[in-house]
Design a protein around this ligand. Sequence first.
Ligand code: SF4
Ligand code: ZN
Length: 430
Amino acid sequence: MGRNGSNMLEVKAEVARRDFESAATLVEEKIKSLRANTPNLPFEKTKLAEVEINKFFYEGKTVDRIMIVLRSNGCQHYKTNGGCSMCAHLNGAPLTEKITHKNYVEQWNSVLDGSFLEGEKREFSLNDFPVVCVYNLGSLLNSEEIQEETVKYIFGTLNAYKGVKKVIIESRAEYVKDEILAAIKEVYDGVVEVGIGVESTNYLVRELCHHKAIDDTVILTEAVETLHKYGMKALAYVNFKPVFLTENEAILDAIKTSVECFKKFHFDAVSIEPTSLQENSLANFMYELGLYRVPRLWSLRDIIHGIYDHTGSLKLDIRLGGYFDEEVLSGSQGTGFTERNEIFPHMTSSNCSHCTNEFVDAIKQFNMTYDVRDLDLVKPCKHCYSLWQETKRIKDSRSITERIHDILGKEWYSLWKLSVIFANGNLNIL
Ligand code: SF4
Ligand SMILES: [Zn+2]
């Protein structure tokens, strides 16, 4: 290629770089401005944020799982960069006060002695739950969010409960490091699974639509390798339908990402997480503008079929996140949706009012078997199936950066939002 040809390529690359950077800045600024509305609530630092039980598929059987959400300091990515576009877990974290090791220990001890239970008193033992999830609204492996001694304390006490077979925690990939995994291994000998937010393996989708801040997927490879070195399992979270994508683009992205998580990055399991809406998130802001709808449940069936078709497998460890028959044991500190908890979404992925419940039941069944035939049993709904098919045909010829510039690059939406509010007669969304 001549000198002029290579100059032209350099110019194009520079234009693309600037285009990406200005779009990324718009996304981050908007997310940060939305986060500024997060209320600073007076949480009790010694009380758990949430405890739920539900069914889970483990080693070929349906077992009881308990999910324990610690009231915690919140995600560092959220605090420094505004966090991911679909997440608003910081709504459940104290903004000015710090949860200390002592606070966490008190919270955890309330699980061990059953004193966290609200309502009717009942027998409670962790030994009744083969699967235990311990979440901290962020990364349990990041010592800036929760100290290593706290993590060690939790796992050390769990070791006495031989009825517990598997513990699931969550962390961003960059905190999956030898030191903290060795510390866990030293005190705990059961199975540990770490859920890692991948969201998308497509750079533009991940960095612009999710605002994930994973510049290079090499950290995913390293995280999975490190987990396997310690005999731990790696679970990939794949967010389905971030902002700025059409339904069909989102389906294709979720399929490709999940297949790559299994085949390229060697995750042991994938959990598809359909976007739900929490206050103060970019996804919620776009919804209020009328520019975003949560994904349709019919699409989940396409995704599971797509993954099985591309991997040539019929039964992988694929979960559909957010759909379990849960019983809430504790979580009344919340002021959010139905008085449950601030981290609960006010809207989740749905079809229409006629068939959503049936489809959600099918998803719950799927989560107990990972068998796609459970989803196939739902018959096309006469009210919304053809609408969903139409939705899948919607195309957007603009690039992702163009969409971002069109939507966030102008202040037109302030007026638009007002007109949406008046048209809906709903002042609550102000
Ligand atoms: S999705 Fe995870 S990494 Fe992203 S803001 Fe929420 S807690 Fe943080
Ligand atoms: Zn329907």
